[in-house]
Design a protein. Structure first.
Lengths: 458, 160
């Protein structure tokens, strides 16, 4: 390894997870923290901590120049961006490149392509990866012509968007004009980019994504797929691998499509190619590429027996893939639950505060990735993820039974959590039978008895 | 030559038990250590400070690293801490070789420039923010300062 000291430009469970792999590899770590995170659990697992700015991320975790300065001043040779914050910001990667810091991730050009939905769509087409019928909105007239040709439902998407922002569903043709106007305004405000495109809306689809690793020279391996169809407003809640009930031919097509896409970019590092899959029609469409490590990477690690952060560092060090070309060995099934500080009984209101006590179950086939313990602060400035529970089993039924038991045994006091709701989902017959679509969670909530205000937390 | 965290802790203990306030140690090979006693007993570290051993383990292996091991305890309520408004490299003078903006004992007004913090070639002026007399300069010229770190202390003085 020619990387000796890494600046971790992130917080929470992923900061701790990166630090753990680094210490196992004998790599020193410098953790950049905001004021709110000075006393956080990850600070005790790194070689050094530097406070880069105030609690609000706009003054700390989202400031490329502060993070690069912190890395240079503390003698780091590489930066790990984690997920969220600056992880997919091409300008941040470029600033690292300019100052000869190794950015543990793709090149800034690859980030720019993956982050621009229109450019990514073009790449997908060039790589022979199916995309939903769609077109860039050149004018109101061109949009109307497209709508007339493809028909409703349609989805308006922002070229610079992500995570569901700037996205509008059009169910009747007469909604088109208003939706375009609204989406352009939203996209302009959120991303400073008013370019839009229209895509056929695939209504009953599953979200299946393929984890890949690329060496930056065109060699790509895949580590199998993950099904992340349990989502609330495009936020994933439960993820599992392999995707249940997927015909093996379709599964293989997805893996190969993801590898073709990444190879076309000569992608460097770990990344995920996301697809919408219509199992009944046997069709799938390219959604986007996430050019970073993802929250749900741990389920892939559980079945592959490899450490994706270690693989990222090895690729960044120029050691290549360390895996035979093609496919990684996988065994069994793994399912992950995200535990968030949010209150499902109060429309998922975030629940910041101080954690009074935490009890996670311990078991060989379980993995808990968390950064909270008794006394931990859950600041209001960041996402509400408290931890992830990952269960592995020889098959889905075993993994599910283990995860259900683990979630039931977990106790977190002091902040409201979604533990109860997660337990409900894991016992719900539709989820248990496997292969739910992305509309599942909204349907589950709709048929759930409402008892708002009746639950006292803490 | 490198020093282990334990050796640095040992050196700082020697300073603590001595009658001196500062210790500057240069070792062949470019390693430079600068220790300053911040208060009478630097035992309870302020929230902003690093656990000494952890911070030094990282810094000690960097060539030319000057390691400030100090705990600035501002027990005196008349002392005002001027804190770093952002992370960066602290400079006491406008340019290398020029006299520093301020020295201990100098009177300052709220808008007096007391230093510069450089972040990626951008120079940010740090002002005193209070009227008074500079009592202590805690941050070392040319060193990394963290957000919120105490740069200097000022003894407040009412306008005459």
């Amino acid at each position: 390894m020619n990387i000796r000291r890494i600046l971790i430009a992130n917080r929470g469970e992923i900061a701790l997870r990166i630090a753990r792999t680094c210490s196992r590899l004998g790599i020193e770590t410098v953790l950049a923290v905001s004021e709110a995170d000075r006393g956080s659990m990850p600070t005790r697992h790194v070689t050094r901590v530097v406070c880069i700015g105030p609690s609000h991320p706009s003054g700390s975790y989202l400031r490329p120049e502060l993070l690069v300065q912190a890395a240079l001043s503390t003698g780091c040779d590489a930066v790990h961006p984690g997920y969220g914050f600056l992880s997919e910001r091409a300008a941040f990667a470029r600033l690292c490149e300019k100052h000869r810091l190794i950015f543990i991730g793709p090149t800034s050009d690859q980030l720019a392509t993956a982050g621009d939905k229109l450019a990514a769509r073009v790449t997908a087409v060039e790589a022979g990866v199916p995309v939903a019928p769609g077109a860039e909105v050149q004018s109101r007239q061109s949009a109307q012509e497209f709508a007339a040709r493809v028909g409703v439902p349609l989805l308006v998407k922002a070229a610079g968007g992500g995570g569901g922002r700037g996205m509008k569903l059009i169910e009747r043709a007469d909604q088109l004009d208003a939706a375009l106007e609204l989406a352009a305004a939203e996209a302009g405000a959120a991303f400073g980019d008013t370019r839009l495109y229209l895509e056929r809306f695939v209504s009953r689809a599953r979200h299946v994504e393929v984890q890949i690793l690329g060496d930056g020279c065109g060699n790509v391996v895949h580590l199998g797929e993950r099904d992340c169809s349990v989502q609330r407003r495009y936020q994933k809640i439960i993820e599992e691998t392999p995707a249940p009930g997927l015909p093996s031919e379709l599964r293989m097509q997805l893996h190969h499509a993801a590898m073709r896409f990444a190879a076309r970019l000569k992608y460097r590092g770990a990344g995920t190619v996301e697809f919408l899959v219509d199992v009944t029609r046997g069709e799938f469409f390219f959604l986007e590429m996430n050019a970073r490590i993802q929250v749900e990477h741990a389920v892939t690690e559980a079945v592959c027996g490899l450490d994706i952060v270690e693989a990222q560092i090895a690729i960044a060090s120029g050691e290549g893939l360390r895996l035979p070309r093609g496919e990684a060995w996988r065994e069994g099934c793994a399912i992950e639950c995200r535990i968030n500080a949010e209150d499902p009984e109060r429309d998922f209101a975030p629940s910041p505060g101080i954690v009074k006590s935490v009890r996670w179950p311990t078991c060989d086939s379980l993995r808990i990735d968390t950064h909270i313990e008794a006394g931990s602060a859950v600041p209001p400035f960041y996402d509400s993820l408290l931890g992830k529970i990952i269960a592995h089993g020889r098959d889905r039924a075993q993994a599910l039974a283990r995860l259900r038991a683990a979630v039931t045994m977990t106790r977190i006091e002091g902040v409201a959590t979604n533990l109860g709701l997660q337990a409900e989902i894991l016992s719900d017959p539709e989820f248990v039978s496997g292969g739910v679509d992305t509309g599942y969670f909204a349907r589950l909530l709709a048929r759930r008895p409402v008892y708002a205000g009746a639950v006292v937390h803490g | 030559m490198n020093l282990s965290a334990r050796e640095i802790a040992e050196i700082s203990r020697l300073l603590e038990d001595s009658s001196f306030d500062e210790l500057e140690l240069e070792i062949e090979g470019g390693l430079k250590i600068y220790l300053r006693r911040g208060g009478a007993r630097p035992s309870p570290l302020p929230a902003s400070a690093q656990p000494v051993a952890a911070a030094n383990a990282a810094a000690a292996s960097t060539a030319n690293a000057a390691v400030p091991v100090e705990a600035v305890s501002i027990a005196d309520p008349a002392l005002i801490a001027v804190r770093a408004p952002l992370l960066g490299t602290f400079y006491r003078a406008p340019r290398p070789g020029e006299p520093p903006f301020i020295e201990v004992g100098k009177s300052v007004e709220p808008d007096t420039t007391v230093g510069i913090i450089e972040v990626m070639k951008l120079m940010n002026t740090v002002r005193a923010g209070a009227r008074g007399v500079v009592r202590q300069i805690c941050a070392r010229d040319g060193n990394l300062v963290e957000y919120g770190e105490t740069l200097l202390t000022i003894e407040a003085r009412e306008p005459a």
